[in-house]
Design a protein around this ligand. Sequence first.
Ligand SMILES: [Zn+2]
Length: 131
Amino acid sequence: MDRKTGSRPVAIMCSSCGKDTLLRREPVYEGFKRAGETLSCTACGHVFPDEAAVSFKAKKVVPGFGRQDLPPPPKVFDEREVLETVSRLCRHCAHYVVNPFLQRCSRSNREVEATDTCKQFAPKNPPDPAP
Ligand SMILES: [Zn+2]
């Protein structure tokens, strides 16, 4: 049986509940932008910090036993996504204010991290308007 709908289930050995189970992948969005994935155990709901923390069962492939459900190579962001994200970090934003105690967004008036991103991003040095 070969289901072609979406991402195929990936067999894992959960480090939290110790069961042979499946990995659940859920996309994480910041605003409308896909920021990454949440990896969790379908049995106990344990959330893995990243793919490196997941014990994929398919790593132990028996030679000659052509499994179709090999895990994809670890890849959380593609290069273009990284560049887009980096260029929109709060630290590059015109609303980003640093003082000795905290970093703040002058637009939302909330504490932010230099590595945060948000929909309200405004570049610090806006490009010259087109002639
Ligand atoms: Zn589990």
